[in-house]
Design a protein around this ligand. Structure first.
Ligand code: A2P
Length: 313
């Protein structure tokens, strides 16, 4: 298994990237994590303005370049268009702010963060949502691609239905759909659809966000199948989960601010899960961890979680 996948643009996306949505991390923690990760060999950093740490990551990237740890072209940097910038005229500002904060000239990948549009500058709560117009937003994303500011464009949190609608109108097909994916939420239908249309899946929360309320404790990492595969292969459940993702053809974006766990999460090459053990993963109960209940409101655009995910939950 190579340490990268090839996108429909011809560019290589590293198979393992560092997620940076670290929630309430103290200032400095994410910057230090990115520095340590790149030193440890990570080459893909997954960012977003919504994580409220792009300035800190920008300072770290600058330091990594100044210290000669890596060059810009050695890294693959992803960021995302936030919901308040969906209007076509606001899309360029979305990427420009991110590029300024990250102190970069271009992104390797720019994604529509979520199929939610909110009023510009407003808190993204249901009363501030507007109906999405993905064809219009995508048209502006395509312009960014042609300008070279975004070397690949894609989407995140798109259901099969939304992917089909987008593929039907796109002149530049999306390179990536970044979604929750792990052994406890395998996304088989979406995976088949993306694969047959040349769209790469990047998996966020590939460990199922252990410890978060949605994942109920360790989540699927304590599932007996995952644990027994890990024991057989003398790996940790987290490594088995990540390796499963790679063997399914996804890049994986585990989050960690802990250097030991970061290194553990990168040690997923040079071994594999044999086919007979891969087959056992189909028995793992499927539970979506990140259901996005916060988008739902009885009078809002999404009245139920099922509405938001087009019933694919
Ligand atoms: P920490 O930052 O202390 O390492 P996900 O990427 O699925 O959303 O999961 C992120 C969470 O998983 C973080 O709380 C992170 O905590 C934890 N984590 C990261 N790597 C591992 C690992 N190898 N084993 C167990 N937990 C991990």
């Amino acid at each position: 298994m190579a340490e990268y996948f090839v996108l429909n643009t011809g560019a290589r996306i590293p198979s393992v990237g560092l997620g940076t949505a670290t929630g309430k991390a103290e200032p400095g923690v994410v910057g230090a994590a990115v520095y340590a990760a790149v030193k440890a060999g990570y080459r893909h950093i997954d960012c977003a303005p919504q994580y409220r740490n792009e300035k800190e990551i920008g300072l770290t990237l600058k330091k990594l370049f100044e210290d000669g740890v890596v060059k810009r072209e050695d890294l693959f940097i992803t960021s995302k268009l936030w919901s308040g910038n969906h209007a076509p005229e606001d899309v360029p500002e979305g990427i420009d702010t991110t590029l300024e904060d990250l102190q970069l000239e271009y992104l390797d990948l720019f994604l529509i963060h979520t199929p939610i549009r909110s009023k510009k500058g407003a808190i993204p709560t249901p009363e501030n949502f507007l109906p999405v117009d993905i064809p219009a937003t995508w048209g502006a994303m395509e312009k960014l691609y042609h300008s070279g500011k975004a070397r690949a464009i894609g989407v995140s949190n798109f259901s099969c239905k939304r992917m089909e609608d987008l593929l039907a109108i796109a002149s530049v097909p999306p390179a990536v759909n970044q979604v929750e994916s792990h052994p406890g939420w395998q996304q088989m239908k979406l995976r088949e659809l993306c694969k047959s249309n040349g769209v790469h899946i990047s998996a966020y929360s590939p460990l199922g966000k252990p410890g978060s309320p949605g994942s109920m404790g360790k989540g699927f990492l304590s599932n007996p199948i995952v644990v027994s595969v890990a024991e057989k292969l003398q790996k940790t459940p987290a490594q088995v989960a990540l390796r499963w993702g790679l063997q399914m053809g996804h890049s994986v974006l585990p989050k960690s601010v802990n250097e030991t766990r970061m290194k553990e999460n990168l040690s997923v090459f040079g071994w594999s899960i044999p086919e007979d053990l891969m087959a056992k993963f189909s028995e793992i109960p499927q539970v979506k961890t990140l259901r996005a209940e916060f988008v739902v409101h009885p009078q809002g655009i999404y009245k139920t979680v099922e509405d938001f995910w087009d019933g694919e939950i």
